[in-house]
Design a protein around this ligand. Structure first.
Ligand code: SF4
Ligand code: ZN
Length: 299
């Protein structure tokens, strides 16, 4: 196969784009997809300070690498979950990357806050991944706001987005459908959130890391059996194989044609959340989820 752009030998085939690329042209293609996502959704500009959520996996490190190359003002943040035989490796991958690339890094250790995931799992009777997600979102958001970042960016890719979209659609969960977007402006006490990799799938971010020599942490989390959307992602990949381009068009058409209707409805239904009296984070009840969890853990 020949590279679509320069006609040299292609090293990556991308059926969804009806194209194959050599290394250099693939990196250019990747960069253009990210720039297009940022521009189309007015995610952030060259003067904005971007806080990047870095898990140590390929997606977040690929995002950090491309945003650094594009000259954006980024700082990384990692939440050390305190999971034995897992969190050490993930943290080391993030630290190594940030050191090599000269990216400032903020690390939050859950153990020091009494919230290490294995302890929380023992104490709280709810799915570990939803609790873990809630804690991570809390610290990323809070740090972005407390430290005056303009936006919080995460490495969610197209597979993550369509997996979630399919799950939300199967439940017709209108609140979640209204909240699903590659960019959400600051609202309700939360920081602005951006997903600049939403036009690129897992395969593309893996190829990017490979070509750039990025050493990500790839071992699955020991609790990942409970992780959401795995089956939905697989189903979407099946559809993509049958009909290349399905994932991106499913997501883009949702953004264009369906999401506005759900958003109108959400504005009508939902009042703004109250700030948590302990920490100021948006709370649905008397305390925010994390302060409630802390109380439970210390009891
Ligand atoms: Fe957290 Fe679940 Fe992901 Fe593990 S798999 S890091 S527990 S969300
Ligand atoms: Zn709180």
């Amino acid at each position: 196969m020949k590279c679509k752009r320069c006609k040299d030998t292609a090293e990556v085939a991308l059926p969804s784009h009806h194209a194959g690329f050599c290394r250099d042209c693939f990196l250019l293609f990747f960069s253009r997809q990210v720039q297009r996502a940022i521009k189309d959704h007015a995610m952030f500009g060259p003067d904005d300070r971007v806080l990047l959520a870095l898990s140590g996996g390929k997606d977040s490190l690929a995002l950090a690498s491309i945003l650094a190359d594009l000259g954006y003002g980024i700082a990384g943040m990692h939440v050390d979950l305190g999971i034995p035989n897992s969190s050490e490796g993930a943290r080391a991958a993030v630290e190594r990357f940030c050191e090599q690339e000269g990216v400032d890094l903020i690390v939050v250790e859950l153990e020091s806050k009494g919230l290490a995931i294995p302890d929380a799992k023992k104490k709280v009777n709810r799915p570990v991944c939803s609790m873990c997600g809630k804690i991570k979102r809390y610290y990323f958001n809070k740090t972005a706001l407390d430290m005056g970042f303009d936006v919080l960016a995460t490495g969610h890719n197209l597979d993550d987005e369509v997996g979630r979209l399919l799950a939300n659609t199967l439940r017709w969960d209108t609140a979640y459908l209204a909240g699903q977007s590659p960019y959400l402006p600051p609202a309700g006490g939360l920081a602005a959130r951006a997903r600049p990799l939403y036009r690129l799938g897992e395969f593309e971010t893996a190829a990017y890391c490979f070509f750039k020599g990025i050493k990500e942490w790839s071992a699955p989390c020991p609790y990942s059996k409970g992780a959401s959307f795995t089956v939905k992602k697989r189903m979407m990949s099946e559809l993509e194989r049958e009909s290349p381009g399905t994932k991106l068009s499913f997501y883009e058409e949702f953004l264009k044609n369906a999401r506005p209707m759900f958003s109108e409805r959400r504005e009508y239904e939902g009042g703004p959340p109250e700030p948590c009296p302990e920490c100021g984070y948006p709370a649905a009840g008397d305390l925010c989820g994390v302060c409630r969890l802390k109380t439970l853990m210390s009891g």
